[in-house]
Design a protein around this ligand. Structure first.
Ligand code: NA7
Length: 540
């Protein structure tokens, strides 16, 4: 179908947390703007990930937007760590409150973008046949929005239901009396397993490498508690701004080596048993992350807690990571996860010992056994951070393709620009802090900066902007330096670029796709550029 070309000043890609806020800011500026979304409705991550157990690992009120106190006061988060349906309702509420829906076009997956140097315009082509012309493009296409199912022989032949968690169907999926297999024990797998174990007939968990995981300590938020949270608005977001990861937790600064072992255990017991969210990771002594000995002691502590919770000690040992210390991969948070393995209807199959050979019409064959299954759940992760950008053919100056430039390692300036691709801005892009800190906090940083920058550009009447190559080269050094300082720099986690289902990334080739210097330092770089009048960006 050929539709007539439509022209805009700015087009935003993606109606997730980033795109929704960005289109609101453009609306406020009075810009002729449009948002294109691949899915049939808004919500991004929270539209897609409908799998049972999907919820925030960030405190709900630190995940929600902070740009409007009025919005903060109007929304009542029902749970400290809110679940997917409520999160999606929240994003719809925000969209309606600020009247943004008319700016959004759904079912508009962008397949290509081409820069015209002569016209200083991007031509965007969507899969639905529509073509758009725009001066500027802002992408908010997500850091975990391209699912990577495994490549196992026979997957297509399976006669039962099978889903990657990201593509979980909208319709309710029956579990009662069914034999369910799940592959993957990352943050997603752990949420699903805990949620469905008591709803299915049998559950077979195919685990390759265990992850450290600690209690989420979720709870309901009463009206009274929500009122207290509202009264702490300034304090909450000041703490988030101060914290390296953008959370409402600050580290314990007493010093790991300055306190007694009893004091350490007392803190860890409190953080494990009572304090919500990532507190054992970030409300702890910083040495437990950066210092090998302290990290080992904390890992031993968490391992002992797992042993207490799992009855069969052989299974407990299989659930304790031996190849990495606590916090050295993205930490999944759990609710009664380890107790699942005490149930009669749940089996843990160690596929590092007996690898999966193939999927059959009726189940899964390992080197040791065949398992009859009615359903297979793939909780096998994502082509992280760059995946969603790479699958759009983005043709910049002299026809160069962005995915080619980024083949081995992405290269950006401040995570917002990439030299050779003028008038293209990313608000949750690679090498920003969106993949490395509390996502919405990072998004607001990016969107606010980009909005102020564009305001300046519009005011000056510039029609072409491009980050200088030197500035980008310098940023690459910063990104690499920050990554090298991280104790998990070589870990097999999506943090580093590892993904066993993507050719070339099976062994954890470092992608340098996130800035690991922390949110406060990242904001300093952005502020410097702005204070110096954007000298690092060519504008004409
Ligand atoms: P992750 O964290 O990438 O975890 C993927 C899991 O799937 C992990 O346990 C993998 O084991 C396992 N996996 C992947 N491929 C296979 C194959 N082929 N065979 C067996 N096991 C496999 O993805 P999540 O969705 O859990 O979490 C991603 C983010 O979403 C999370 O960090 C939050 O920010 C939200 P492996 O470790 O590779 O041995």
């Amino acid at each position: 179908m050929n539709k007539s070309t439509q022209a805009y000043e700015v087009i935003v890609l993606g109606a997730g947390v980033a795109g929704i806020y960005q289109i609101k800011c453009l609306k406020d500026l009075g810009t002729r703007a449009l948002l294109l979304e691949a899915d049939e409705d808004l919500g991004g991550t929270w539209f897609r990930n409908r799998y049972p157990g999907a919820r925030f690992d960030s405190e709900s009120y630190t995940y929600g937007y902070s740009f409007s106190k009025e919005l903060f006061n109007e929304w009542h988060w029902k749970e400290r760590f809110s679940s997917q349906p409520e999160n999606l309702r929240y994003l719809n509420f925000v969209t309606d409150k600020f009247d943004l829906r008319s700016y959004m076009r759904f079912n508009a997956r962008v397949k290509s973008m081409e820069w015209s140097e002569e016209d200083r315009l991007w031509t965007i082509k969507a899969q639905n046949g529509a073509t758009y012309l725009t001066r500027f493009v802002i992408t908010g296409v997500g850091v975990l929005s391209v699912a990577t199912p495994p490549k196992i022989e026979g997957m297509e032949s399976f006669k039962g239901d099978s889903f990657h968690t990201y593509w979980w169907p909208k319709e309710s999926v029956p579990f009662k009396d069914r034999k369910v297999g799940i592959i993957g024990t990352g943050a997603t797998g752990i949420q699903v397993i805990s949620e469905i174990a008591d709803k299915v007939g049998e559950l077979k968990v195919f685990q390759r490498r265990p992850n450290w995981s600690v209690p989420l300590n979720n709870s309901l938020i009463s009206d009274e508690e929500m009122a207290v949270i509202r009264s702490r608005f300034d304090e909450i977001f000041e703490t988030c701004a101060k914290s390296q990861g953008g959370f409402d937790h600050l580290p314990d600064r007493r010093g790991y080596y300055k306190v007694t072992q009893e004091e350490r255990i007392a803190l860890w017991d409190k953080l494990y048993d009572k304090t919500p969210g990532f507190s054992l990771l970030i409300g702890n002594f910083p040495e437990t992350f950066f210092d090998g000995t302290a990290n080992e002691a904390l890992s031993d502590y968490v391992a002992s807690r797992i042993r207490e919770r799992v009855v069969d000690q052989k299974i407990a040992e299989k659930l304790i990571p031996k190849d990495h210390g606590f916090g050295m991969q993205r930490l999944p948070l759990e609710t009664k996860y380890f107790e699942v393995y005490n149930r009669q209807n749940v089996d843990l199959i160690d596929v590092s010992e007996t690898p999966i050979e193939r999927i059959t019409e009726i189940g899964l064959q390992t080197t040791a056994e065949h398992y009859n299954l009615d359903m297979i759940i793939y909780a096998t992760g994502f082509n992280a951070v760059t995946g969603a950008m790479d699958r759009i053919e983005i043709k910049g100056v002299k026809g160069k393709i962005l995915a080619d430039k980024w083949r081995d390692v992405p290269s950006t300036y401040n995570g917002i620009f990439s030299h050779g691709f003028p008038n293209l801005l990313m608000v949750a892009g690679p090498q920003s802090v969106s993949g490395s800190t509390n996502y919405p906090r990072a998004i607001e940083t990016g969107v606010d900066w980009v909005t102020r920058f564009l305001k300046h550009v519009f005011k000056q009447g510039y029609t072409r902007i491009e980050a200088q190559l030197d500035a980008e080269t310098q940023w690459q050094k910063e990104v690499k330096k920050a990554h090298q300082q991280m104790p998990f720099r070589n870990s097999k986690s999506w943090f580093t670029g590892y993904n066993s289902n993507i050719k070339g990334r099976e062994e954890g080739a470092i992608r340098y796709h996130a800035y690991w210097g922390g949110a406060p330092r990242y904001r300093e770089f952005l502020a410097k550029s702005e204070e110096e009048g954007y000298q690092d960006i060519d504008m004409r």
